[in-house]
Ligand binder design. Sequence first.
Ligand SMILES: N[C@@H](CCC(=O)N[C@@H](CS)C(=O)NCC(=O)O)C(=O)O
Length: 118
Amino acid sequence: MKALRWIVGRIILILNAIFSPRGMQRDTLEQQAVDAAVANMQLYQFETCPFCVKVRRHAKRLNIPLVTRDAKVAPWDKELLEQGGKRKVPCLRIVENDQITWMYESNDIIAYLDKRFA
Ligand SMILES: N[C@@H](CCC(=O)N[C@@H](CS)C(=O)NCC(=O)O)C(=O)O
């Protein structure tokens, strides 16, 4: 079962690399503003989780430099569980006006990113 999961994970990564989406283009100032806004967000994720791949592909499409944190390793695993509330990925950590939001659900994350950056 573990081996099968590993193989499926590799296939997902290979397909993701082959069919990598194109990033949207912005003028320099606009891109700088987007980059600054995204610096307040981190995506807690597993590399081969299909829901995480979906969010990463969307971030690529939006051309946003979203930092990822591997929720399988310390300290991110503990941080996600203790501060986010559950060990589920993807989860977007958003810092806004000194407030931290932990957003679960890939579709909600994508809708949020679209609202901010599309
Ligand atoms: N409906 C969720 C599904 C997310 C999901 O099932 N994630 C799995 C990984 S692919 C997970 O976090 N499972 C918990 C675990 O492996 O501990 C979404 O779209 O984000």
